[in-house]
Design a protein around this ligand. Structure first.
Ligand code: PHE
Length: 464
């Protein structure tokens, strides 16, 4: 089955596809609102801590599980294959671990897509509205515009168009579809981000002279230690999982198309660096300061609509705002599409390799599945005539702060404690750079699982 699987066409294509997988709405839509609502600068301390202690080690684990599991198919069964083949674990037990990981990965992917694709749709819709100048007309309040937008069933057409784009890219396969889309979309995304970041830094506040974008930079880069809390630490850890695409099946799945001795350490470091550049430099420098200039220190602690409510204010008051608006929302759209392609491809690979359903048919099944799971989110605001998005926010909270982290924990325990040094050998096979033994012992066996357990415990206590 696995012999005729596709591989990535080129190193650049692979890195850009991986960056496309990781750099997503998480960077430009989720990061600003989560960081701003959790203390700004104070959020960045646990954020960087979680990046080093959880993000890097788990990323290495997922790449190696995926590459190893790729011999047998889509990659998420890697932990099971490891346990069975390399560890000599009883097949029955190994299958339980594999089934558990697979089920969590599959369910979380579906759940994420129940709302993620809607934000891609909003981005496309807003790009069109920017060009048309709808939200820039005198007397239109961007927050009201957003509320009306999410309640308007006609706008769901942008959601469906986004789903069609995804299905089309995934049907084309790895090299022709995913890789070639990422090669165009990712460089354009970085250029867009840099243009907006530069514009953001020169923005004064038309609302209050005290709220310039430079003050906004201060808000995110100069921590107020009194704002540090467990709540912000949990949010930071969750954001690391979300933004790096960890704790689902999608890193494994992309890694499963690696050649058996392709370098995992370099690929992990490249993915993380490209993602963090987009998140903390572009997301942190463009979105947060712009939002701050219009909303100020209190208003910025906003909701999931922050990117859609705050930024249009800027576009409506600046010359060429329509163009900048379209650039920003197309950036969001590209970021979202390249990540959603990764999720979509994972589900199609599952159908193809576990159920023998041909790629095109699989893509159609996922398309219909997405319409069904996305319906409650679509209907929430339409039927309740409100833009509170309570269910939406709750799903995002559970995904980001809990479900992704659970899979991460199972994986590090399997790798760090069940497979141990053999997993380290697998991680280092073929690599230019090697993961040192002390790093594996310190992080994969101790710091990473312990930190994850602490975060999960506090999240549970918080909810109890
Ligand atoms: N990492 C991507 C993002 O930041 C996609 C993703 C979202 C992956 C949610 C996993 C979970 O948007």
């Amino acid at each position: 089955m696995a012999d005729n699987r596709e591989n990535w066409g080129s190193k650049v294509g692979l890195i850009l596809a991986m960056a496309g997988n990781a750099v997503g709405l998480g960077n430009f839509w989720r990061f600003p609102y989560v960081a701003a609502s959790n203390g700004g600068g104070a959020f960045m301390i646990p954020y960087f801590f979680a990046l080093i202690v959880i993000g890097i080690p788990v990323m290495l684990v997922e790449w190696s599980i995926g590459r190893y599991g790729g011999k047998f198919g889509h990659g998420t069964l890697g932990p099971m294959m490891y346990l069975q083949a390399r560890q000599g674990m009883e097949p029955k037990k190994a299958i339980i671990v594999g089934a558990l990981c697979g089920t969590i990965a599959f369910s979380v992917t579906i759940l994420v897509n129940s709302y993620y694709n809607h934000i891609i749709g909003w981005s496309l819709g807003y790009a069109v509205h920017s060009v048309l100048g709808t939200y820039m007309k005198p007397g239109v309040d961007p927050a009201m515009f957003f509320a009306n937008y999410v309640q308007d069933p006609k706008m769901l057409v942008f959601w469906v168009i986004s789903l069609v784009c995804l299905a089309y890219a995934v049907m084309k396969g790895i090299q022709e579809g995913i890789e070639s889309w990422a090669k165009i979309m990712m460089p354009v995304l970085y250029v867009f981000g840099i243009v907006l970041g530069i514009r953001a830094l020169t923005l004064g506040s038309p609302v209050n002279p005290d709220w310039s974008s430079l003050k906004g930079l201060n808000f995110i880069w100069n921590p107020d230690f009194s704002e540090l809390s467990w709540k912000s630490a949990i949010a930071a850890a969750g954001q690391i999982f979300f933004t790096l695409s960890l704790g689902m099946g999608i890193i494994h799945n992309y890694a499963s198309y690696l050649k058996p001795d392709e370098d995992i350490v370099t690929a992990s470091v490249a993915t993380i660096s490209l993602n963090e550049f987009a998140e903390v430099i572009l997301g942190g420098t463009a979105v947060i300061p712009i939002a701050y200039a219009f909303l100020g220190p209190e208003g910025i602690k906003g909701s999931i609509g922050l990117a859609f409510m705050a930024l249009p204010n800027v576009f409506s008051t600046m010359t060429g705002g329509g163009i900048f608006g379209a650039v920003w929302f197309m950036l969001l759209f590209f970021a979202g599409i390249t990540s959603a392609i990764a999720m979509y491809n994972y589900l199609v690979a599952l159908l193809e390799e576990d159920a023998g359903i041909e790629r095109k048919k699989g893509a159609m099944i996922v398309f219909v599945g997405y319409l069904i799971v996305g319906a409650p989110i679509a209907l929430e605001s339409v039927l309740t005539h409100s833009a509170n998005l309570i269910y939406f926010t709750e799903v995002d909270n559970w995904i980001g702060n809990y479900l992704l982290i659970v899979l991460g924990l199972i994986e590090v325990i399997v790798i760090g404690w069940c497979v141990k040094d053999r997993a380290l050998d697998e991680m280092n096979r073929g690599g230019l750079w090697k993961v040192p033994k002390w790093f594996f012992r310190l992080f994969h066996q101790f710091l990473t699982p312990i930190t994850i357990i602490i975060f999960l415990t506090f999240f549970t206590i918080d909810y109890a």
